[in-house]
Design a protein around this ligand. Structure first.
Ligand code: HEM
Length: 267
């Protein structure tokens, strides 16, 4: 997690926003608290305020000294208030870290547990885009939410949701609907997984999904081909996967790279 899965989305989002990567420990720690399920409300509130404060500081710095980044571009357009800029920056910062990091780690774990599928991916780079869609379907890391509130009474599947009532949708269950994906419990990198809803659906579907796809399409095959002897360093049963996490993923994923621990030469 610390060596590979988290640094990738952290570096990418810092570059996009023009935020200092040196301060990653500070905002990563608070972002984890914002999403933790067992975090007391006051601690979650304090963590949210901390991240907002960090972004507000960045917005102020960019106003004085704009750079080649998204926040500076938004400031140049001069249509958003400081509060809007801060909220947008906050949404982008927190939404892409745990999600993408966990997908990289859980995707690696799933591939190591399915050596036949891993071999397919290693043998055929053209399979990568489809493999990422199938991993998104199979793993569906967002376990809590999306949450929607009915604006008027609505009937879905014989159940009436009354105006004002909120519901939470299970992306994982939808992604394992046998009518849409035959043998849904099987990880099959060659199946057409288009239409999976691991990034949500409708107007609020993930804003960063194309960026996340690019990160996954580079990170997963990159790791697996650069380290042909990549293996779990502990039995799979010892990988801790917290059940109640809203963004599912391993706490740690210890691996061995090869006997010497150094990468093989690649082109
Ligand atoms: C594999 C990685 C990712 C997964 C699984 C994921 C998943 C999701 C899901 C399921 C939603 C919909 C929530 C809802 O409908 O209420 C969402 C929304 C969002 N995501 Fe992602 N996401 C990922 C990466 C990213 C990245 C890299 C960014 C930005 C850099 C990002 C930014 C956002 C934002 C801003 C929203 C809110 C969109 C809105 O409410 O209109 N996400 N994401």
């Amino acid at each position: 997690m610390e060596a590979f899965a988290r640094p990738i989305p952290t570096l990418v989002i810092c570059e996009l926003l023009g935020a200092p990567y040196e301060r990653r420990d500070e905002f990563s720690k608070h972002t984890a608290l914002v999403f933790g399920t067992d975090v007391p409300p006051d601690e979650r509130f304090a963590a949210t305020q901390h991240v907002l404060g960090f972004i507000a500081e960045q917005v102020e710095a960019k106003r004085k000294d704009p750079g080649d980044d998204l926040l500076s571009d938004l400031i140049r357009h001069d249509v958003l208030t400081g509060e809007e800029l801060t909220n947008i920056g906050m949404a982008l910062l927190v939404a892409g870290l745990e999600t993408t990091g966990n997908m990289i780690a859980l995707g690696t774990f799933a591939l190591l547990e399915h050596p036949d599928q891993l071999a397919l991916l290693r043998a055929d780079p053209a399979l990568t885009a489809n493999a990422v869609e199938e991993l998104m379907r199979y793993l569906s890391v967002i376990h809590l939410g999306p949450i929607r509130t009915a604006l008027e009474d609505i009937e879905i599947g014989g159940v009436t949701i009354k105006a004002g009532e909120s519901i939470t949708l299970s992306l994982s269950v939808a992604n394992r609907d046998p009518e849409k994906f035959p043998d849904p419990e099987v990880l099959d990198l060659t199946r057409k997984a288009t239409g999976q809803i691991g990034f949500g659906h409708g107007v609020h579907q993930c804003l960063g999904q194309q960026l996340a796809r690019v990160e996954l399409r580079i990170a997963l095959p990159g790791l697996c081909t650069r380290f042909p002897d990549l293996q779990l360093a502990v039995p799979a049963s010892e990988i801790e996967l917290p059940e109640g996490a809203s963004i599912y993923g391993p706490v740690r994923l210890p691996v061995t790279l090869n006997q010497t621990g150094t990468p093989r030469q690649t082109a």
